[in-house]
Write a protein of this length. Sequence first.
Length: 232
Amino acid sequence: MFSSPVQLAEKLRSVQYLVTDDLLPVIYLAMKLGRPLLVEGPPGSGKTEFACAVARAAGAVFERLQCYIGINEEKAIGKFDEALQKLFLEAVRDIRGESWEAIRHELHTLSFFTQGPLLRSLLYESPCVLLVDEIDKVDQGFEALLLEIFSEWQISIPKLGTVKAKSIPFVVLTSTEERRISDPLRRRAFYIRFEHPTVQREREILGLRANKNDWRPPAGCGIGAGASRLES
């Protein structure tokens, strides 16, 4: 997405997001090596907006998985559209020459699958930024699901099979530290920490915003406390 940490900083600044110099090499290496980036810090410190800013700076597709207690695979990956499958069966039942095996195979393809953000992020051929927001709200079982994706860049779906990534997305995992993220996931990710900005940095942000009043968030990026700070 970017050729160097310097270009990364310049592009982020162009979309009105500031990152401290010591974090830039870590962010750049995570992108370069195709590794997830785990960002921990208090609410409102700019974690979510960071992923949105990267997508905007790179001109990349943005996908967001908002985590919560009880989230399951269907919400994250997707599921077969049973209504569409039934409609298809009704449409082809009178067509002669169609074998049941061919019909059954067709029913279990991506054409009949409602895709969730995890699956969509693997199917883009162009650059994609995948935000897995507030990962500290899920249990270790859901973390195990993410491990397959981040280790092999593929998803195994019953009846559909294994879907491999067309391109490796840049994954940003955010956590407000409601619980500690498991070691297996930490080992697969680069790590940075965000804090609330200092008074001096707040002044820099206000000055940047005052000079550019045409900023708009990319699709899927809401504006909250962290976004208004535009800060890491």
